[in-house]
Write a protein that binds this ligand. Sequence first.
Ligand code: AMP
Ligand code: MN
Ligand code: MN
Ligand code: MN
Length: 280
Amino acid sequence: MRSSFDLHAHSTASDGTLTPRELICRAQAGGVEVMALTDHDTLEGVAEAADAAREVGIGFVPGVEISVTWQSLTIHIVGLNVAADDTRLNTGLAGLREFRDWRAEEIGRRLAAKGIDGAFEGARALSNGRLISRTHFARFLVDNGHASDVRAVFKKYLVNGKPGYVPGEWAELEDAVRWIRLSGGQAVIAHPARYPLTRTKLRRLIGEFVEVGGAALEVVSGSHSKDDYFTMAHHARDFGLLASAGSDYHGPEQPWIELGRLPELPQGCKPIWKDWPISH
Ligand code: AMP
Ligand code: MN
Ligand code: MN
Ligand code: MN
C-alpha cells in the first residue's frame, strides 16, 4: 500500500510548517521516490526543494497549487512540472498574492469587529511574512484559545458564512490552466472530492477543465476516502484524464497525513507520471 510518488505538499513558503529542505528530507526518509512541492500561489520554495532533492537523491517535481474561483467556489488547481522562472505564471501568481495580502488585512478587520484583536499581526507573525493563509489565522486563533484545534477554528471562524471568511476573488479556471501550460506544466484538479459540489456540478467542472486543457484529476489524495479514490478514478477515465496522487502534507502537526504513505492508484488509472522522464 505504498506509492513512491507524492505530488502535492506544502512548505513554509505557504502554509506548511516544514521548510522546503526539511520536507524533502522527510519525503526521502519516508520512502518517497518522486516528490512535488505545491505551495499555495507561490513558487518561492521550489529552488531550495530542488537542491535538497538532488542532495538526498530523490526525484523532484516543481509545482504550485493555484487558488481559483469557479461559480463562487474556491477550487484548487495543482500545476506539476511548471518552470519556476516562467514570467506569465509568476505574474499570475503575484496577482493572487496581492489579493491574499488585502484579504489577510480584511480577515483581521472582520475578526476585530467580533472582538478578536491582533489577528492580522498574529497570523503574519506565524507566516514567512510574504504569504498569509487562513491556516496562519487558524493557528493564531488556536494559540489564543479561541478554539481547541485548527479544524474546530475553521468551522467557527474561517469558512463561508463565518466572521473571518472573505469571499475569494481568485484566478479564473481557464487562466490558471493556461499559466500552468504556458510554463510547460500539467494542470491537475486538486482533491476533487472535497468540494461542496453535487456529482452533476463536479462533472461540469471537470468538463470545463478538460475544455481549457486540464490534464489530470488528483484521484488519490490525503483528504480522500477509499470510496473517493474509486469515484474519482471513474470520472478520470470518463473524461480521458490522467490520474495524480498527493498527500497534501502540511507538516507533522497533522499526524494523520504522512509523506510516502499513499495507496496505489486504482486499477485502470493512467498515472500522470507515465510519460515523465523522471520515472524511468
Ligand atoms: P487559503 O488558501 O488561505 O484560503 O487557505 C486554504 C488552506 O486552509 C487549505 O489549503 C488548508 O490547508 C486549510 N483549510 C481549509 N479548510 C480547512 C478546514 N476546514 N480545516 C483545516 N484546514 C483547512
Ligand atoms: Mn493549505
Ligand atoms: Mn487545496
Ligand atoms: Mn494543498
